[in-house]
Write a protein that binds this ligand. Structure first.
Ligand SMILES: *[C@@H]1O[C@H](CO)[C@@H](O)[C@H](O)[C@H]1NC(C)=O
Ligand SMILES: *[C@@H]1O[C@H](CO)[C@@H](O)[C@H](O)[C@H]1NC(C)=O
Ligand SMILES: *[C@@H]1O[C@H](CO)[C@@H](O)[C@H](O)[C@H]1NC(C)=O
Ligand SMILES: *[C@@H]1O[C@H](CO)[C@@H](O)[C@H](O)[C@H]1NC(C)=O
Ligand SMILES: *[C@@H]1O[C@H](CO)[C@@H](O)[C@H](O)[C@H]1NC(C)=O
Ligand SMILES: *[C@@H]1O[C@H](CO)[C@@H](O)[C@H](O)[C@H]1NC(C)=O
Length: 291
């Protein structure tokens, strides 16, 4: 019984405070059933039917079109915001645009027109890439291979390398510019690159969320009493749930709870990881109780 209780509480702890990439801003217009939750920038409220629907792509400006989440399926092409077709239909002079156009990633090798072609995403990581090897310097920052290795531009060899282990400390004594791109923070005095956590953020505007080094999982932060700290959005109220979570959580009136909109993906490795973390946590606690 005690074991089960610990198991349950650990489960809640692990899943409540972190979000997978696709869960961030995962609330769609269609999920809103009241006008106050129908965000006018991306959704239209129909007063007759009391339904909230997504605006059509042509209503969005270039700035909006670029920032919209993938599920809105809009992409900027030929000077207008159009319905997204498929990744291979897009190519940009700024390759990182591929990550924003839809479920796509960039091929960081320019085609002969000087553009970076987009291709289907290979991993649920913000800046996923097939391989660090052979790509140019532009693409060799913030990108992560499917095996979780991060790409790093080695200035002494002028090649893009995959780090053998994904830890911020790989960027110790390297460059001040690479370290912060991977959700790490560089201390110029000590030359140390360390994992960014909510509590070391000192600016309110930056206190939103922090990502793991592979940019697959986000921890949510909130500014409380002039400090940035980890925050469980599920504790928000009816009036603050949707906006306070930047459209990741929505109020469920039947449960009276602030609940995550997009369900975590459980049919892949992510589940194994959280399960093994959980088992490790349980074992640690059981050992502690026995002593
Ligand atoms: C609202 O929905 C009704 C029924 O589908 C439709 O006839 C009407 O045109 C819609 N109103 C607006 C403003 O879109
Ligand atoms: C480069 O990509 C753009 C966009 O897909 C395409 O229009 C152009 O033909 C490509 N150039 C070559 C040489 O493939
Ligand atoms: C995504 O990356 C993780 C590690 O970062 C890996 O375990 C997983 O197999 C990858 N998934 C796919 C579909 O490549
Ligand atoms: C980084 O540089 C400092 C000072 O030069 C040195 O003490 C430290 O060992 C270096 N760390 C690594 C990981 O190279
Ligand atoms: C960098 O490290 C030094 C020594 O540990 C510390 O005193 C300083 O506050 C750190 N700077 C930042 C910006 O964290
Ligand atoms: C609200 O919670 C109930 C009970 O868990 C669930 O069946 C329902 O799907 C939820 N509604 C929404 C909109 O998520």
């Amino acid at each position: 019984m005690k074991f089960v209780l610990i198991l349950i509480s650990l489960c809640i702890q692990i899943h409540a405070i972190t979000l997978q990439l696709h869960q961030v801003g995962g609330c769609t217009c269609e999920m809103s059933s009241v006008q106050t939750e129908c965000i006018p920038s991306t959704c239209d409220w129909n007063a007759t039917t009391s339904k909230c629907t997504q605006k059509t792509c042509d209503k969005f400006t270039v700035e909006m079109c670029d920032q919209l989440p993938d599920y809105l399926k809009c992409a900027w092409k030929d000077n207008s915001c159009q319905t997204f077709t498929k990744c291979s239909d897009y190519a940009y002079s700024d390759g990182f645009k591929c990550f924003r156009v839809g479920p796509c990633q960039a091929v960081f090798k320019k085609n002969s027109s000087g553009l970076y072609p987009c291709t289907d995403k290979t991993n649920d990581s913000m800046h996923s890439i097939d391989s660090c090897a052979g790509i140019d310097q532009v693409g060799c920052i913030e990108t992560v291979q499917d095996d979780g290795k991060v790409c790093y531009w080695n200035p002494s060899t002028s090649t893009c390398e995959a780090w053998s282990s994904s830890a911020c400390s790989n960027f110790d004594n390297t460059s001040q510019s690479a370290c912060p791109k991977f959700s790490c923070d560089y201390n110029a005095t000590t030359g140390k690159c360390t994992t960014r956590t909510c509590d070391i953020i000192t600016v309110e505007a930056a206190c939103t969320m922090v990502w793991d080094i592979t940019q697959q999982v986000a921890t949510q932060c909130k500014w409380v009493n002039s400090k940035c700290m980890e925050f469980d959005y599920s504790t928000l109220t009816q009036s603050t749930c949707l906006m306070g979570s930047s459209l990741s959580y929505k109020w469920n009136s039947s449960t009276s709870k602030c609940e995550v909109c997009a369900q975590p993906k459980s049919d892949d490795d992510t589940d194994d990881t959280s399960y093994s973390n959980m088992v490790q946590g349980v074992l640690a606690i059981l050992m502690f109780i026995n002593i």
